[in-house]
Ligand binder design. Sequence first.
Ligand code: ZN
Length: 459
Amino acid sequence: MKLKKNALPLIILFLFLLVGGFVFFSSFFDDAEQISLSPERIPVAKKEILFGIPMDPYKTSIYTVSRNESLSAILKKQHVELSRIAEIAEKSMPVFNVRKMSAGNSYTIFKSNTDTSKIAFLVYQPNQVDYIVYDLRDSLKVYAGKKTVDKRVEKVAGVINGSLYETLQEQHASPELAVQLAEIYGWAVNFYRLNAGDWFKIQYEQSYVNGQPIGVGKILSAVFSQNDKEFQAYYFQPDSSKAGEYYDDQGKSLRRSFLKAPLKYSRISSRYSLSRFHPVQMRWKAHFGTDFAAPQGTPIIATGSGVVIESAFSPFNGNYVKIKHNDTYTTQYLHMSRRATKKGQHVSQGQLIGYVGSTGLATGPHVCYRFWKNGKQVDALRQYFPPTEPIESKYLAAFNQHISKQMEILKKLNPDDILSLSPDVFAFYDLRDQRMKHLLPDYLLGINKTEAELPKDYL
Ligand SMILES: [Zn+2]
C-alpha cells in the first residue's frame, strides 16, 4: 500500500513524459499544418507527409477559396491548360463535384522543388476532416482521403445566470452543447423557463484533427437541474444492432415517439390557434399548425418515424411532406424550399425530409407544422407522448455498470468552478460562437422574453 502511494506520482510523471513525448514527436510526422484564413500565399513548414503525399520533393502553399472562385479559375491562375482543366473536372465527378467547392475552404498546392512552373498536386479540403487530392503529375488521378479524427472526453459544468448560451460561453464550451441539451432534455426540462441558479454538468466528446479542435461530438452523460429537480441523462447503445439513445439513471428512455420541433434551430413564430390574423390573406382565421421560423435552407426533420404519404407541391402549401406515423398520428410540413423524401418512403425520427423555404402562402422562410390525432388537427405542442421503451432487462446489468462510471465523474464536477479548457479550444469557440449565435433559438440565448411567456402546459 505504502509502496503504491510512493510509486503513483512516478507513474504519473512517466505517463506524462510518454504522452508528451509522443505528441511532440508525432507533430513532426503528422500532416499537421497551419490553416490560415488569409487568401494569400503562406509557405507551409516542411513536414514529412501531407495528405498522404511525401513532401520532400515539393514546395507547398495553402490558399483559401475566395467568393465565387471555381476550381477552373484556380487552375487557370496556376497556368493549367483549358483542355486539362476540363479533364480534371470530369475525372473529379465520381469523387467530388467541383461545383460544390465553396468559399472559405482551403486548398493546398504542391509544386516540384526543381520545376515550380507546374502544379504536381492540388488538395482541396471541403471541411477539416475530408480532402480531395488532384494528382496532376503525368496521368491525372483524383481521390478522396480523410484525416484522423481523435475524440477526447471533455467535461463542462455551469450555473445559469443569464442564458444557457452565455453560461457555456463563459466556460469556453461550444454553444452546440446547448442545442444538444435542448434535444436530449426536450421533454424533461423547460428551456423557456430557465431560472438563475439552475445548473448543469456535461461529459461530452470533443473531436480533434492534428491536435486542433474541430467540433463537439455527442454528449455522453449529463445532469441538468431546473428548480432544484435533477434530470440525469446517459447515452447508451445496448448493442451494435440498436441505435444508442439517452436514458435516465433508472434506464427509462428520455426520448418520446415525437420530437417537439421539426427543426433543430428554430423559434416558434406562430402557435396553433383557433383564431389569428393571417398575414398573407389579411383576415382572421384559425391556424391549425405551429410555425417555426428559421433561415432558408435549414434542414427539416421528421418528428416521428413513419411512412411518407404525400410529397408534393400545392399553391397554398408550397412544397410539403405528409407522414403517417400509425393509425393515430399524422404530421405535415409546409412551405419547403426543397423536399428530400418521396411518397412511400419510410422515415425515422430525426431524418431529413426537406429544407426550410417560403413556397406557397408564406411571408418568410418558416415551416408550418401540422399535427393530426385520430383524423383531427390538434396543437402539437400540447400533446402528451409517453416515453419510448425503457432498456430491455437483458441489457440492464451492462447499463448500470456503464452509468456508475459516468455518475462518479459527474459527481466530482462542480458547476461553480470555471473550467480551464485549452487555449486552442478557447480560440476555436470564440470564433465559432460568432457563427453559431444567430443559429441558436432565442430561448437558448435568453433574448426573446415573449417566448418565455408560453403557457405553463407547454411541456
Ligand atoms: Zn402555419
